[in-house]
Design a protein around this ligand. Structure first.
Ligand code: SF4
Length: 221
């Protein structure tokens, strides 16, 4: 989420990744915004980023599709090095690190084999966009709500979203349901299978505070 002051008006931008969090668990989205330092780089997300990077190179004619697997693995390795330079590490979820390279290469090669032949040439990769959603005005706030994101590939024939995970694309219209929530206590979805120490980066600020042994602080709205 990003707040931009534009003259006398205030714009609140929400990204598709934040929206995914909010749809899964609004409290997770709120706490992640309050504590950006707690965001973690999950193995699956890093793999997706690496595969996307290799796909982009192929589409932009910087890489032969036959080399996409090796390129994706090299991108992943570089991402891990970059993380380590920041003093962080990959958050291992439900994957086996010894099989990361094979898995990444397989995903990239599957794209090259099964999808690439159908992708029309001449489009644009990583196209950033923003869209005005609505104006919000109540006794406490007045702002414009905007949605922003990145299209993996846009071409006059259509928009392409490379899927390297099972998660479905967010539905923009569900954003409307979030308009009234910004400073109130947020709804928790603690029955979700991703509500766990392994998957939720703000676990220790929320449910983990009550069920764990750590002396950390639960956040109240
Ligand atoms: S611990 Fe569970 S309920 Fe709390 S923010 Fe994370 S996903 Fe939501």
């Amino acid at each position: 989420m990003k707040v931009v002051q534009d003259g006398t008006s205030t714009r609140v931008y929400v990204r598709q990744s934040w929206l995914n969090d909010a749809l899964m668990c609004p409290e997770r989205a709120r706490l992640s915004e309050l504590h950006p330092e707690m965001r973690r780089e999950n193995d699956s997300a890093l793999m997706g980023t690496a595969v996307h990077s290799a796909i982009e190179k192929v589409i932009n004619n910087q890489l032969d599709v036959r080399d996409i697997g090796a390129s994706a693995v090299a991108s992943f390795d570089q991402l891990v090095v970059d993380l380590e330079l920041q003093g962080k590490e990959v958050n291992v979820t439900n994957t086996d690190p010894s099989k990361w390279a094979t898995h990444i290469s397989s995903m990239a090669q599957a794209w090259g084999r099964d999808i690439y032949p159908y992708v029309p040439q001449g489009g644009q990769t990583e196209h950033k966009f923003e869209a005005f959603i609505t104006r919000v005005a109540n006794a406490r706030f007045e702002y414009e709500l905007w949605f922003e994101g990145t299209m993996d590939y846009i071409h006059p024939d259509g928009i392409w979203d490379w899927k390297t995970a099972a998660r479905k694309y967010s539905e923009v219209e569900k954003l409307m349901a979030l308009q009234g929530l910004p400073q109130e206590r947020w709804i928790m979805n603690d029955q979700h299978h991703l509500c766990s120490e392994r998957w939720c980066p703000v676990w220790s600020k929320c449910k983990g505070y009550y069920v764990g042994s750590q002396q950390l602080h639960a956040e109240e709205a």
